[in-house]
Ligand binder design. Structure first.
Ligand code: SF4
Length: 125
């Protein structure tokens, strides 16, 4: 099978053409450094992505807080994490970096907040 990848490890964004059988790389072109081959190997065997989304906030000055996974997760989990995220609700205040949902799918996938949410009317109380 022949496929093309754009390496996202550095700003060069090398366009890498690879011929592979399963996870076995037969031929690779366009990788300007060894990290490119490692990137393609991961993309073929177990591609990882950072999940980003938003979660409902109760009693906050905004009704949603943006979230992301603390680290990249296997691409195959993105949909399930998205479905779980739709069912989560957190209570204000929320701090940047706060874990809003730990150990999702029993796979050490932590969801963290990426913005601060104050409690509603916190200035008047
Ligand atoms: S192959 Fe190397 S030089 Fe090219 S984008 Fe990837 S890390 Fe950067």
């Amino acid at each position: 099978m022949e496929r093309e990848f754009i390496c996202i490890i550095c700003p060069n964004g090398c366009r890498i053409k690879v011929e592979h059988e399963g996870t076995n790389i037969k031929n690779i072109k366009g990788d300007e450094c060894p990290k490119g081959k490692d990137y393609v190997k991961n993309e073929i065997t177990n591609p990882l992505r950072v999940f980003t989304g938003s979660v409902l906030v109760e009693d906050g000055d905004f009704s949603l807080v943006s979230v992301k996974t603390l680290s990249p997760i296997p691409k195959k989990y993105l949909k399930k994490v998205g479905e779980i995220t739709h069912r989560i609700k957190v209570y204000a205040p929320v701090e940047i970096g706060q874990v809003v949902a730990p150990n999702l799918l029993d796979n050490n996938i932590d969801l963290i907040a990426t913005r601060k949410i104050e409690k509603k009317n916190s200035l008047s109380s």
